[in-house]
Each structure stands twice: as structure tokens, then as C-alpha cells.
Design a binder for this molecule. Sequence first.
Ligand code: WTA
Length: 656
Amino acid sequence: MSEEPQLEARLESQEEFEPPASFVEQANVTDESIYREFEENWPEAWERAAELLDWEQDWDQVLDDSDEPFYEWFVDGKLNACANCVDRHLGERADQTAIEWVGEPGGTRTYSYAELHEEVNAAAAALRELGVEEDDVVTMYMPMIPELPIAMLACARIGAPHSVVFAGFSANALAERMQAADSEVLVTCDGYYRRGDALDHLSKAREGLEQVEDVTTVVAKRLGADAPSAVEDEHVYESVVDPHRGTEVDPVTRDAEDMLFLMYTSGTTGEPKGVKHTTGGYLSYTAWTSRAVLDIDPEDNYWCAADIGWITGHSYIVYGPLALGTTTLMYEGTPDYPEKDRLWELVDSYDVTQLYTAPTAIRAFMKWGTEYPERHDLSTLRLLGTVGEPINPRAWRWYHEHIGDGSCPIVDTWWQTETGGMMITTLPGIGTMKPGTAGPPLPGISADVVDTDGTTVDPGEGGYLTVDRPWPGMLRTLYRNDERFLAEYWQEHSDTENDNWVYSPEDGAKIDDDGYITILGRVDDVVNVSGHRIGTMEVESAIVGVEGVAEAAVVGADDDVKGQAIYAYAITEAGQTETDEFRREVIAGVEDAIGPFARPAEVVFTPELPKTRSGKIMRRLLADIADGEELGNTSTLRNPGVVEDIQQRVQERETE
Ligand code: WTA
């Protein structure tokens, strides 16, 4: 690690809330002894998660740790994820709604488990016909339309791992991910609706495909007449899927450790990491946490308002909820269209029972005011959840009072793409809630907060979050890159000589006397903008890719709504003028390389960047400058004189 973590405890809070009795009465998990059970009977206690699924063959061993940290869970167990999420519910719940989809302009599509079964089978048959074989990686580049989870489940059915690329990523980012995964099949769509406009998505997909060879492309129609039509070498989704309606495709028997999917995420280098998740451990873990933390029952109308293009949507819109046979809601659009009460309108009309969303959204709702939720009956809600970034106590209280009417527990769930599912949070039927603090590690999860030497810090002190025991939902490796897997996650805090393996999530944290963990934010070069994880190196390499830029440094600055905002400092090449037009070019460079969601909020041109004597850019200092904070001692810099100049330039931008 190059710089000390931000250790200041930003989220002070003394308040405590008990789970409401009305919730506890009906909760899935209410007995505190569960923590002890996992402790005393670890790792076997994890069988209770696996037992939530149907297995074609039982496992011989719960955990194989003979080749640490390449752990294997539910060894030799066999199952199919799609059969678990769809087929097994047909008996009792064939007519119950599996997916309730709401389009932004208003249309809806409802799939019962029987209908989902038919759709998924037809899609699986179509993919097979197009040449997809077991273990081929299928990429999906799609917004929130039903064909996305259908295609994911179809892949799971035939044992083809999927790699979903969030629709907001650029053409280049799509191409990079397809190349990294050697993926030769793409499922995409013509477009989607955003704030009332029909957005063309297909042109972006096509642009990406120009950089990837021999790709078979399937295009789902969301816009129909409003959109460009498929060209000769593209297959229209309906025309390849419809002929297979009524076909049954046997779910392929997969080993517990076979890959279910890949998900690319940002790390400390410019290159995204292909996080590999498996079938048995991941599905058991998402099912278990959906039941224990989100309190999901089949009768629920559960809604996770995330995007399936990120891990939250994979685990808690698709796999966890469907494995439990519930109704999962999927909404295409934004929360402020056509009006700022859209979410509440949906909670009201679909009798939503649990809502799981991001703090950034809650802060936006808070800003818009209580009149929007007040227009609707939200009394069906019994649990609220948050994920993706720390929630400040004020937003927590607002959510509790104005959305939950004081009668819903809130689960503040800390986890990551890599962990597959929730790791640190209260159990809603058991734990006292402390706004701003995620909570204790879940039963069976062993987390700690340590200093640079690996010693547990005192309560209240900041340090590094670590996880010192494996868990079923964990990533198994980075796709085709075991070395990077070891280097990124296991090097820093493990004592490998004594075979003591410790996972490093790269988050700063503190812990209180009750063992509750408060997350303080990333300690690596990753910023969290509206819950989207963005590597500063990726943004920097995009910026230096713009002709006229010599060097760049990117940091996260505090932002009231988004949590963090991207601040870019750039040195121009000789002869390049520092105009607003050039600033727009720099921003466009980032949009092209990554996507609009990674767009810098500010670009500050500067003749120099502050560097240490060894030549490292002092990003921490640049973040403090962006936040307008008092700076500490800068005399150790190689070029202390630049600091004042940069501060002045930042102020000039802010007053503009
Ligand atoms: C942050 C999202 C505070 C954290 C599921 C983590 C959180 C990163 C919380 C992972 C939370 C996630 N409180 N911070 N409840 N949940 N984070 O991979 O920094 O997109 O490392 O997974 O988000 O982001 P990712």
C-alpha cells in the first residue's frame, strides 16, 4: 500500500435501534444462538446454506482447504443453478410471479415461474443452436430488461458462464472485457428508455464489436420501431428464441466448483479484474443471505433497486431471490421519472415487502423531500436495506422514518463483488441497529480490523478490514490470473509461512466494543461514485490517452449525494492550451474508455503534480485539496511549491 488509509472516523453515531417486535415475530432468523452454532461447528455449519438448494449429488466435504487460498466448497457436490432458481419451484409455485418487470415508460411484463421456465428453456436451446457449449463464456451487454436475467439463467442451464457488462460501460470497455474472457457470444439489445428518451444501445455494442473477432451476436428488441434494426450478421433475439418455445433443455449437471459467472470489477491497475464465482458456494451463499438478512420468503414482493449489471443485481435480484422462489421486481428506469415519486409509486402498486437500495439514492430522496414518499402507501414494507457505500446516520434516520415509518429494520450490508454476498450486517430479527455502522460479521464470517502489522486495533481506532476465514460465496480466483488473485487479495495481511491466510478487501474500518464494524471507505486506488466502483488508474489511463495530456492523477473527492466524485488533475503537453473545450475532450476521453458514469466531476489543469522524493504522486494530498481541507506537512514533497498553485486552481474552478 502506498499511502496510509483514511483513518478518521467519519461516521460518529451513538444512537441505537432495536428490531421492531412486529418484524421479529415473523422473521426467518430470530435466535441469537446462530452465531454460536456457526462458531462451534465451523465449517460444517455452512451446510445449512447448501441445504437451501436442491443437489443432484451431495457433497463429500464442506470445505477443502488443502491448497490455500484456493478454497473449494461443497466438494464433489453436483447441481444446476437454473434448475434451482426455476425448475424446482414449478410444482408448488408454477403460477406465482417470479419476475415482475416494470418499464420506465410504464409497460410491464410479468413472468410466472412456469413462464420463466419456458423463456429460459427456449433461450437455452437458442444459445445451443448458435454453438454455445458448456464452459464457453457468454457476454451480456444489456440494460434492465427481462431478457437479461433470462439469458443469464439460460447460460446457467447449459453450463456456460456469463459475463455481464453493465450497459453504462462504453464500447471500448465492452471490447476489453470480451477479449479478456475470450468470449465469442454477445447478447445485447437495441436500446432502452431513460428519462423518457429512447436510447440507442446497439450502436455502442457494434462499435465495441469492431475490436473483437468472430462474435456471434444476439439482439433483443426493446425499442422495436424506434431503434436501428439488426443487420445481416446479427441474430434477432425473438427469431432465434421463438422457434424453440416449448422445447425443454435438460439442465446440465455442474460441479459445485464449476464457474457460474465472471464479473469484471475495478482494481488498482488499469486492467479490470475478472472475478470468478462458482455454482455451489455462490448460490448457497446468496440463497442463505437472502433468507437470513433480507428475510425473503416465497410470498414476498421483494425489490432490489440495483442494476443487474453489477454484483448486487446478480446476487440479490436474480440468484438469491429466485433460488428462494420469491417474486423479484425489476425496474428499467430512474427513480425520478416521470416524477420523483416513482419508487414509492411502485412500492405502493406492487405491495413491496422489502426494499434494498444504495445510500446515494437515499441521499437523493432526502434532498427531493418527504412529499414524494408521502403521496403513497408504503405500509407493506417490512424491511429496508442498503449496500454499496457507507450510509451516513442522517440518511439512515431519514430512510427509517420516512420510508420505513419507524417500523422496518434496516440492514446496512457490507460486501463486495469478490465476496459474492453480504458479509457484515446485523441480522434484522436479532441485532441492535446503529445508524452508520454496518454491524457485526454474519454468523460464520470472521472479520477483523488490523493495523499495518496485522495486530487488531483498539475499539474506535481506524485500521484495515480483513477476513480471516473462507466463506462459500467467495471468489475462487481472478479469471486465468491466479497470480494477480494472490497478489491483490492475499499478500498484504497473510502470514503464509504459518499458513495463516487472510483476505484483504482493501477497505478501511473501525470496530466498536460490541464488535460492530464501521466501514470508512477504500484504502486502495478505487473510488466509489454512487456505489459504482471505479479504479482511479483506469480513469487516469483514459485521460492520458487523450492527445494533448502529458500526465494525470485522479482522486475521489467528497460529494453530498454521490458519496464520492471523481476529481482529475491533468498536466497538458507543451503547446496544448488549457481551454474549456479541451477540458470537454478530456471528459469525453473518459466516457469513451469507461462510460459516462466514470465522468470526472472536475478537471483541473496544473503544470505539475505533487510528488514524493521517490517520484510517487501524492494522491492523498490531491484528495485533501479537492475537499478543501487543511493540509498537513508538505515539506517532504519533492516539489512543495506546487501545492499552493494547485489549491488556487481548484478554487478558481469551484467559483466558476
Ligand atoms: C463499498 C458492492 C460501506 C466498500 C456490493 C466495498 C460499502 C465496495 C458497503 C465494493 C457498506 C459496499 N458500507 N461501504 N454497506 N457495501 N461498500 O464490488 O468499499 O461494487 O469494498 O460491491 O463498496 O463494491 P462492489
